[in-house]
Design a binder for this molecule. Sequence first.
Ligand code: RTP
Ligand code: MG
Length: 148
Amino acid sequence: MEKTYLMVKPDGVRRQLVGKLVQRFEDKGFQLIAAKMFRMTREQAEYHYEEHKDKPFFGELVEFITSGSVFGMVWQGENIVALSRAMMGKTNPLDAAPGTIRGDYALNTGNNIIHGSDSPQSAEREISNFFRPEELAAGDYPVRMPGS
Ligand code: RTP
Ligand code: MG
């Protein structure tokens, strides 16, 4: 089953949005298999955002993501990478449609509430940066959606 790494960023944690965001993904039909509140180390942050290391905003991004607690989660479900990105909305909240997480809760790119892996390969890499394999639950309870 496809997995992804979703993370409420420090701005979302400070705004007490964790519960609402977890609810959205449960309502969609995805299954939560690991979660924790923690403060990212600088090393974890630099590895997590390695693809952006040459961008002008890299320093600011690392400062921001290590500025407070994050809520890291591993979720699984059918096509979860693409579907969770669609639920998050565009990176810049100015472009994020109403009804998406960033469209509903965020004002600017620097404080855009949530992270989601952009491919199954990124997901695997990101999950292993924050979770040990034994921390992932089996995800073995059957998800029942209306009509199923
Ligand atoms: P994320 O990785 O956090 O899920 O966001 P994303 O895929 O939608 O966007 P990405 O291009 O991977 O950028 C990572 C994060 O860097 C910050 N950013 N700032 N100042 C800027 O121009 C700029 N561009 C990106 C955002 O917080 C973005 O989520
Ligand atoms: Mg990204």
